[in-house]
Design a protein. Structure first.
Length: 284
C-alpha cells in the first residue's frame, strides 16, 4: 500500500489538534477526568468500507501524549465489515479523549474516500481503464485525500499545477485554439514535463493528433463519442474521459476503450465512513 511521509502527517495533525484545543485546551476533559486516570479504548467501524488514515489517527494520540499506545489491527487499504475493530488505544485517559475527534475526523474522511473509490474501481474492473482523482480536493488536505484514493484502488492525477501541463478549455480559448496552445506548451515545458490537453469535439481531437501530445482529456462526451475518439487515437496517446461520471455511468464510459476515467466526486463528494472510539475500560 502507499505510504505517507511522517513529517507531512505530523504537521497536518498538529495543526488539527491546535485548532480543536484552542486557547485553553480541552476544558471538559480537564474538569471531569483525573490527571492520572488511564483508559483502554477501541476504534470501531460502524459500517463496512475501506480503511484509510490510520497513520493520522495514530499521530493524533501520539502528539497529544507519547505515552498513549496505538495498535492498528488492520492496515490502510483493508476492506472491513461493520463492527470491525480497526485499532486499540491505551494510556492516559485525558490524552485519548482529547485526541479522539481529530483522529476520527481524519480516519472517517479518508476511509470514506477510499470506500467510494473502491466502488468506482469495481465498476471498471472488467476493462483496462483506471479510476483517477482530480484537484477537486479539500484545501490543505490534498495529499491525504489522494492517498485515500490510492488506498481504495484508484490512481492519482496531478497533485498540483506544477506536476504537468494540462491545457483546459479556457486555456485554449485564450491561447487562440488547440494547435496554438499545444505549440506554446511544447516551447515552454521541460523535456520531462508531460502535456495533456482537453477536447470536447472530434475535430479538436484531430488537431491534437496532428500536433501531438502525451495525453488527451475527452470532456463530457457520450459513450458512443468516446468510443469514436478512442478509435481515432488508437493508442498513440493516453485517453482520459472526464465529466458526467457517476457510479451508474462509469462502467459504460470505461467500456469505450479509454485508459483513464477521472472522477472529481471521489474527493469532493465522498461520504464520511462512520467510525467511532469506544472506551472499553473506564478510568479508575
Amino acid at each position: 500500500m502507499p505510504s505517507l511521509p511522517p513529517l507531512l502527517v505530523e504537521n497536518a495533525v498538529r495543526a488539527a489538534l491546535l485548532e480543536d484545543l484552542g486557547r485553553a485546551g480541552d476544558i471538559t476533559t480537564q474538569a471531569t477526568i483525573p490527571a492520572g486516570a488511564q483508559a483502554r479504548a477501541k476504534i470501531v467501524a460502524r459500517e463496512a468500507g475501506v480503511v484509510a488514515g490510520l497513520p493520522l489517527a495514530r499521530a493524533a494520540f501520539a502528539l497529544m501524549d507519547p505515552a498513549v499506545r496505538f495498535d492498528a489491527l488492520v492496515e490502510d487499504g483493508a476492506r472491513v465489515e461493520s463492527g470491525a475493530v480497526l485499532a486499540r488505544v491505551e494510556g492516559p485517559a485525558r490524552a485519548i479523549l482529547s485526541a479522539e475527534r481529530v483522529a476520527l475526523n481524519f480516519l472517517g474522511r479518508l476511509s470514506g474516500i477510499a470506500t467510494l473509490t473502491a466502488r468506482y474501481a469495481e465498476r471498471v474492473a472488467h476493462t483496462k481503464a483506471k479510476i483517477c482523482d482530480t484537484r477537486k480536493t479539500t484545501p490543505l488536505l490534498r495529499a491525504f485525500e489522494k492517498y485515500a484514493v490510492r488506498c481504495g484502488g484508484g490512481a492519482n492525477h496531478r497533485f498540483g499545477l506544477d506536476d504537468a501541463v494540462l491545457i483546459k478549455d479556457n486555456h485554449i480559448a485564450v491561447a487562440g485554439g488547440v494547435t496554438a496552445a499545444l505549440r506554446a506548451a511544447k516551447a515552454h515545458a521541460g523535456h520531462l514535463v508531460k502535456i495533456e490537453i482537453e477536447v470536447d469535439t472530434l475535430d479538436q481531437l484531430r488537431e491534437v493528433l496532428a500536433e501531438g501530445a502525451d495525453a488527451v482529456l475527452l470532456d463530457n462526451m457520450t459513450p458512443d463519442r468516446l468510443r469514436e475518439a478512442a478509435a481515432l487515437v488508437a493508442g498513440r496517446m493516453i485517453c482520459e474521459a472526464s465529466g458526467g461520471v457517476a457510479l451508474d455511468t462509469v462502467g459504460a464510459i470505461a467500456d469505450t476503450g479509454v485508459d483513464l476515467v477521472s472522477v472529481g466526486a471521489l474527493t469532493h463528494s465522498a461520504r464520511v465512513l462512520d467510525v467511532a472510539l469506544d472506551i472499553a475500560v473506564a478510568p479508575r
